[in-house]
Design a protein around this ligand. Sequence first.
Ligand code: NAD
Ligand code: WQD
Length: 336
Amino acid sequence: MTILVTGGAGYIGSHAAVELLNSGYEIVVLDNLSNSQTESINRVKELTGKDFPFYQYDLLDRVDIESLFEKYEFEAIIHFAGLKAVGESVQVPLKYYHNNLTGTINLCEVMAKHNVKKLVFSSSATVYGNPDRVPIDESFPLSATNPYGRTKLMIEEILRDLNVSDPSWRIAILRYFNPIGAHESGRIGENPSGIPNNLMPYISQVAIGKRDKVSVFGNDYETKDGTGVRDFIHVVDLVKGHLKALEYINKNEGVETFNLGTGTGYSVLDLINTFKSVNSQEIPYQIVERRPGDIGVCYANPEKAEKLLGWRAEKDLIEMCKDTWKWQSQNPNGFE
Ligand code: NAD
Ligand code: WQD
């Protein structure tokens, strides 16, 4: 069974590639390398001892996508490719709408033409906007607070419309909470370009000495220590959910949406302090103003995924911090 992995050179996609190969799937990876390097592909091959084709193709180029579907018989697509920086999406919204929406539409059009109708899509907990309460389940109202989030929301709706038009589509929409951590080998991990937007890569760059201190965005939220609370999930647990989703859509038609989170919220200070004690690294921090657009508390109700997919996150915050540091300390400059 050959699976096309779009965005497979990226952070989550490369971990998914390892898991798929180790589980006996054949894969083909497509990535335009706009936010990744071929070295991640080399590392996936090294880790698994398996070879697979990699194409530096852009989903905006339909001719290239067509050529792949003519060359391979895909069983399903796992679609990670997309731009994901919230702040940048506010600055250059058209780039985000064009890349994320047009890329997905191109992909689905080519899939339909070749009668490949199984898709696993990377959505995000950002589609819950500012939720009234926690834990968040899949039936909560949806909204977006920035163009990036709106692309996820729009793609979800496009996929639902697609299924109304042709119920033989089998689509799993996976709403990720906050993926962190790295492969336990320390050979692949998150490799942000420039100043990290997200908390965990920022912490690990402080630990390695690339940045002076973490700015903690606000300590006046209604949480136990006043800092924001999130559902941090180990990337390896997250990608295992994709394999379960593949099995699910093999058996079931229609569109189904699943939260992928642990169900437990930890604060910004919990993460800093755990990282510090697990890895014996000093993490200086300073409390600063809230970051505009941030919400106080966000964590999943992951019961639906447990019930229908038979999936549950297993790794704790200690492993997330340990594996992040293994990756960061062994690769101080990422894949460069
Ligand atoms: P990433 O940037 O590391 O990986 C995405 C990959 O897609 C990159 O390698 C990039 O080069 C590629 N890409 C982008 N546009 C492309 C295009 N037009 N054609 C071909 N390749 C293209 O990001 P990630 O963290 O691995 O995220 C993967 C997916 O999960 C994204 O869709 C993201 O929005 C979603 N997601 C991520 C998070 C998170 O916190 N990391 C949370 C929720 C959802
Ligand atoms: C987590 C907490 C910050 C950085 C974002 C996207 C979301 C999803 C995941 C893709 C918050 C605080 C952060 C820092 C800090 N991505 N923080 N100092 O905002 O929950 O979600 O990534 O879909 O769409 O919005 O993640 O890691 O940026 O922040 O204090 O330098 O850490 O305020 O409370 P977030 P994050």
